[in-house]
Design a protein around this ligand. Structure first.
Ligand SMILES: [Zn+2]
Length: 74
């Protein structure tokens, strides 16, 4: 008889990772966050960081056009 023994051998999450935002216990639905709120917070952080990395580059015609035109004119 090894029916009950096998069924009891369910793999559980031994080391639940804490929510990276508030360090609370994370839930499977919003893993690795503890709630949708924290998931949104982290997402916003990520988006802000992603938007902050690429600097606003002026179009080529804006700077080079004016500079070259002035220099090559002479
Ligand atoms: Zn959280």
């Amino acid at each position: 008889m090894t029916g009950t023994g096998d069924k009891d051998n369910v793999v559980k999450l031994r080391s639940p990772r804490p929510c990276p935002v508030c360090a609370r216990k994370s839930v499977p639905n919003f893993h690795p966050f503890c709630s949708k709120h924290c998931a949104d917070v982290d997402l916003n952080r990520w988006l802000k960081g992603a938007y902050a990395i690429p600097a606003v580059e002026p179009p080529d015609d804006w700077d080079e056009g004016a500079g070259r035109d002035d220099g090559e004119d002479r």
